[in-house]
Every structure is written in C-alpha cells, then in structure tokens.
Design a protein around this ligand. Structure first.
Ligand SMILES: Cc1cc2nc3c(=O)[nH]c(=O)nc-3n(C[C@H](O)[C@H](O)[C@H](O)COP(=O)(O)OP(=O)(O)OC[C@H]3O[C@@H](n4cnc5c(N)ncnc54)[C@H](O)[C@@H]3O)c2cc1C
Length: 401
C-alpha cells in the first residue's frame, strides 16, 4: 500500500499559486483557496500588466500549464529616453503578455477539470490557523494584498516606507502596434516611465499603456479619476503631451479601453520577506508577491513569482518523504535568496535616477546592436541587469569611458 499523499493548501491562485498547483498536483493532495470565482475574475477589473519572458514560458511548459496563442509573441524591447528613441533590442526568446483575468480564470477551470480541489472563499488572518491545522503545509500566495502570516521583513532589501511610483494602467484598442512587436519603455527623467505592452485579452489583441508616475509630478495626473471615459480622455491627453511617438500611432476614432473594467490605478510599497515561518511547530511558506513584492517598474513580478514557485516545487520534492520543518523552509529561502536580491536591488535602482554608467550603456545601445540586444536581455534575465548596474566590471567599464 502506498503512503497517503501529503495535503497541501495553496491560498491564492495568481501566478505563484497556479504554477504551484500545476507543479505539485501529481505528487501531493492539493487544495487551492481563492477569494474570487473564475467568472468573477474574468468579468472583473484588470489586476496588473504582465510580460512572461522566456524562462517563465519554459516553466509554464514544464508544468503543463495552458498554452496561449503565439500570434502576439513579443520579440523586442524598445528603449526611449525623453523624446529620443535609442534602440530596439531583440530578445533571445520571445515573451508573451496575457491578461491575468483570462490567464487565471482559464487556468483555474483547467485545474478543476484535472481534479484539483478549489474552495472559493476569502481567508482572513483570523481563520488561517484552522487551515494550518488541517493541512500538512500551507502556502501563502495571496499576492500584494497579503501575506496572511507575519513572514519577517528582510530590512536590507526593503528600503522604502512609501510607494515610489503611481501605477496607471489601461488596456486599449486603437493603437497601431510597434514593430518589431515588443515592449516599449520610455523614461522621462524626473517624471516617470511609460511601458507600452502588446497583450492578449478575451477581446483579442490590445495595447497596454502603463504609466509609472513619480508621485506629485506632472505624470501623476490621474488623481480622482474613477470612470472609464474620464480615464480614456486623460490617457489620450497625457500621451499626446509626453509620449508623441505613441500618440502618432493612435487611431483617433478607435482609441478606447477594451472593456469598462480594463483600467487601474494603484501604488505599492515594495517589501521583501523571509518566505517561511514556523507556526505551532508547523512550517508555513509564502510564494510570489505575498513575500517578494517589488515595484512593477522592472516588469519582474510574474517572472519572480514563477521562478520562486519552481524553487519551492524543487524543495518540496527534495524533502517529499521527510518531515517539513524550518530546515525545509531555509532550504527554499537559500535557493531563492540570491535571485530575489538581484531582482530587488535592480528594481529599486530603476526607481531612482539612472546611474551615469547605465545611461552610457543605453547610449552605446543606440550605436551597437549587440549592446542593444544585451540590454533587452536585462528584462528577460535580471541577473544581467543586476551585473550591469552593480558589478565591478560595470564600474571598471564606467571608469574607462
Ligand atoms: C500595476 C501593476 C503592473 C504590473 N506589471 C507587471 C509587469 O509588467 N510584469 C510583471 O512580471 N509583473 C508585473 N506586475 C506584478 C505582477 O502582477 C505580480 O508580481 C504577480 O501577479 C504576482 O503573482 P502572485 O501570484 O504572487 O499574486 P497575484 O497575481 O496578486 O494573485 C494573488 C491571488 O490571491 C488571491 N487572494 C488574495 N488574498 C486572498 C485571501 N485572503 N483569500 C483568498 N484568496 C486571496 C487573489 O484573489 C489573487 O487571485 C505588476 C503589478 C501591478 C500592480
């Protein structure tokens, strides 16, 4: 007779929870608890922007997660500073952006069909202990609104007390796509950034316009805007004023939000936590934004969540037949720590004025396609960005300029 499978509870079915549910479902008895039903998610407000780079797409394939249409693959990163377009760097592997409302609702339904148990309810801090007793392991994947448990803050990686950017996002039709298809990053020093991201939604292809405004500057001009019409008008005038290259590609009569819930304003304070805790002698872990919350400025949230989900999967498989305890938690943290540090320190540096040696690298990209491609790779492989921003070679390079 085989051993009974260990019982795991995953709270939250976002990028982290979904990766884990797919990865772990054959080895363990999985229950996912999610506060919204698939239909509520599908018909609800957009939650984010997202670009799944090559390594994340490889993990999605590894765990047999749903496949998405290949017609909107993102091949490149376009970089503009001020009004000067510097270059288009080509990605080594294509990326893809799928509206999380579609990705999450579809994946939940698929997991249910594959026999994974779901409970649709909101868990509060007060009722989480009952779940710790009920299951062999609780995994907190509640995202930026979490965590439900007091995972200790890593002070050295959590320097901010307030949000560094206002996030203003709309999913639009009526914008002619950039070519080659890719993510456009425009940096307006002192004001903030614009990310333009071609994406797939239930309504077909759209263009995401994502403004990251430095608080209380001229880009922070959406305060008090609550309805879709006002949002669209404000986006249009802001694009006209600050992002003329994008404005030139707007088709006036067709420019509209793809649905009335496809806009969002938010701001978050980045915070990194140690992703495990012992509660009543039982291990509890966190994965994704609930423990590793960065500013969206470097576009790494989904990719870091996916990376850490794979590391947690590897840890739990390694310790499959032993008791899960603080050693298991520490092993997971040891596997993830370095990458979390690299992503976080690079991301935090992106919210500050760009260092001079990085500006020089960007300017080189305008002259040299190899360098342009390397810079595009920063987003797909943030270790490279971390090295370019912080390593000794980057400094030597700077001194040799
Ligand atoms: C404006 C914005 C732009 C972004 N842009 C990018 C980008 O370009 N690229 C990128 O990679 N990342 C981006 N991110 C970050 C990215 O969205 C997140 O990192 C990613 O979604 C994290 O996945 P997650 O599974 O940890 O959390 P989430 O995706 O937030 O999922 C958490 C899930 O838990 C559920 N939940 C929460 N609390 C409870 C509870 N108490 N009980 C039950 N269920 C609960 C929620 O309903 C949700 O389904 C952006 C984020 C924002 C806010």
């Amino acid at each position: 007779m085989g051993l009974l499978k260990k019982k795991l509870c995953i709270i939250g079915s976002g990028v982290a929870g979904l990766h884990l549910a797919y990865a772990l479902k054959d080895d363990f008895d999985i229950t996912v608890i999610e506060r919204q039903s698939p239909d509520q998610i599908r018909k609800g407000r957009i939650m984010s922007t997202q670009v799944h780079f090559g390594s994340t797409r490889t993990r999605e394939k590894r765990f047999n997660m749903p496949k998405w249409g290949e017609q909107s693959l993102l091949e490149s990163i376009h970089i503009t500073i001020g009004n000067q377009k510097l270059f288009v760097g080509m990605l080594q592997e294509p990326a893809l952006s799928v509206d999380q409302r579609l990705y999450y609702s579809h994946s939940i339904k698929d997991l249910i069909e594959k026999g994974v148990s779901f409970r649709f309810e909101k868990i509060d801090k007060e009722n989480v202990e009952v779940l710790i007793d009920e299951f062999d392991l609780l995994i907190d994947c509640t995202g930026k609104n979490g965590p439900l448990l007091p995972f200790p803050i890593e002070e050295a990686l959590s320097p901010y007390q307030t949000p560094q950017r206002k996030c203003i996002v709309g999913y639009f039709t009526g914008i002619r796509a950039n070519t080659p298809l890719g993510v456009s990053v425009t940096v307006l020093p002192g004001l903030g950034e614009m990310f333009e991201i071609p994406a797939i939604t239930e309504h077909g292809p759209v263009t995401i316009l994502f403004i990251m405004g430095i608080p209380n500057t001229e880009l922070d001009v959406f305060k008090g805007i609550k309805n879709a019409e006002e949002f669209t008008l404000k986006m249009r005038s802001t694009v006209q004023q600050f992002f003329p290259e994008i404005h030139n590609r707007i088709d006036g009569s067709n420019f509209a939000l793809c649905d009335e819930s496809s806009f969002l304003q938010t701001a978050l304070t980045p915070v990194i936590r140690k992703p495990y805790l012992m509660v009543n002698n039982k291990l509890v872990v966190g994965c994704g934004d609930s423990v590793f919350l960065n500013d969206p400025i470097s576009g790494q949230g989904c990719n870091l969540s996916s990376y850490c989900a794979e590391q947690l999967y590897e840890t739990l498989i390694e310790y499959k037949n032993s008791k899960w305890d603080a050693d298991t938690g520490e092993s997971y943290w040891n596997r993830t720590k370095q990458y979390v540090k690299e992503v976080t320190e690079w991301t935090n540096a992106m919210t500050e004025p760009l260092p001079e040696h990085v500006i020089q690298l960007l300017l080189q990209g305008a002259q040299d396609q190899v360098q342009a491609n390397e810079i595009a790779e920063w987003f797909a492989n943030p270790t490279k960005a971390f090295e370019a921003f912080f390593s000794a070679t980057a400094t030597v390079h700077k001194n040799n300029q």
